[in-house]
Design a protein. Structure first.
Length: 403
């Protein structure tokens, strides 16, 4: 496996947005409040969730979630339900339901057309073509927490098994497994000597020349070395049977945060300049998927923080705490301010991992798998020789092994 290590002190981006801002807030000692506050008209668009606990798939709130993901974010087959033709009892229940005029599956497969006949034809088309990939045989996810409604932020429990979390970290670690007795600085040099190449993270930061916005470490993996992430991401977004499928994903990443390391406020969406000058031509980032590979408790830091979002209790910033195996999904470009290429409301940061007061306690690290989905097909650039096609057999083998 070949990996690429990103610069530990770099970030990309184009600076503070020129939309919907007022005077800068009072400067704080840390750098977690360097962005101007949102304008009141934008704040008024924020819709917190009424309940962030585990929600029932058939609840009204999840119906709204599926509706938003289909209509606003462009994933009509998100987490689609595959009907079992052999389950006559289930089919009869769906046909005889008196409580709902439209089935749960139909809810997020229907188009936006108001013509019921057109909707029916479109639904039949989706149902007849949706099963054409081994990925589609994976079961749908059923442990959702709606952390925020608009902009939408979801937590999915048990997205990875604990074994899959450990394996993903090991994919990074195998490159220097013979150097376990060396100190961390030497390990990084060993990885760098093999990777040869560093790059800035293409995120929207306050200052493209900033030197300390990101102190975490990122490795880029080959698609074929991350079949669990690539398969499950396709299954969740419902794009495995589309014409583009896996080709819309950027390179999978492994990110490590050691104590005191962080990623300050940034946006995942690409800037207008980056989009215009992007030789890749893949378009905007439409979805961000983070999978937490280690546990961190409240008080230990490491949360993914959304500065302008609040909990159902009105407390902010909204924090997603690392829970091993869980995933966080949000959409960085759609919604928010009209005619803008990104949603400024999704401004977020990777909170610094805390140093425990009790020095005898073992040092904890935050590890995440990170994946971005583009609007169009993406051409990978790192590691050298990385391509989507080589991952097909690994993803298929993984999916078949889950049945």
């Amino acid at each position: 496996m070949v990996v690429k290590k990103a610069s530990r002190s770099s970030t990309g981006g184009f600076g503070t947005s020129n939309v919907a801002v007022i005077t800068k807030p009072k400067k704080e000692e840390d750098d977690y409040a360097i962005y101007p506050a949102l304008e009141k008209s934008v704040v008024d668009t924020l819709v917190p969730t009424p309940d962030s606990s585990l929600v029932d798939e058939n609840s009204d709130i999840m119906r709204e979630v599926y509706d938003r993901i289909s209509q606003v974010h462009g994933f009509p087959n998100f987490n689609f339900v595959v009907a079992d033709d052999n389950d006559e009892e289930t089919n009869n229940e769906d046909e005889n339901s008196e409580d709902e005029a439209v089935s749960f599956e139909d809810l997020f497969l229907l188009s936006n057309d108001d013509d019921e006949e057109v909707k029916h034809e479109e639904t039949e088309k989706n149902e007849s073509t949706i099963i054409s990939s081994p990925v589609d045989k994976l079961p749908p996810f059923n442990k959702f927490h709606v952390l925020h409604m608009d902009p939408l932020v979801l937590q999915i429990d048990d997205f990875f098994t604990h074994e899959e979390c450990d394996k993903y970290i090991q994919e990074k670690a195998t490159i220097n497994q013979d150097n376990d007795d060396k100190d961390d600085s030497n390990k990084d040099k060993d990885i760098e000597s093999i990777s040869k190449f560093k790059t800035r993270s293409k995120t929207v930061g306050k200052d493209s020349n900033a030197k300390a916005q990101r102190t975490s470490t990122t490795w880029f993996l080959n698609y074929k070395d991350a079949p669990e992430l690539m398969g499950k991401a396709q299954r969740l977004l419902g794009i495995s049977s589309s014409e583009q499928g896996i080709k819309v994903f950027e390179e999978p990443q492994a990110v490590r945060y050691r104590q005191t390391e962080k990623f300050t406020w940034h946006l995942d969406a690409l800037s207008p300049d980056a989009l215009q000058n992007d030789p890749n031509g893949a378009g905007q980032r439409v979805a961000t998927l983070l999978v937490y590979l280690t546990d961190l408790e409240k008080g230990e830091g490491g949360a993914t923080m959304f500065r302008d979002l609040k909990t159902e209790d009105g407390e902010g910033p909204l924090k997603v705490y690392p829970k091993k195996g869980s995933a966080c999904l949000f959409f960085p470009s759609a919604g928010g301010i009209p005619n803008q290429p990104f949603d400024i409301r999704t401004l977020h940061a990777g909170e610094a991992v805390s140093i425990p007061e009790d020095k005898s306690m073992p040092k904890k690290e935050k590890w995440i798998a990170q994946l971005w989905c583009r609007k169009n097909e993406y051409k990978p650039t790192v590691p050298v020789g990385n391509n989507h096609e080589d991952a097909a057999s690994a993803i298929e083998a993984y999916c078949l092994d889950q049945q």
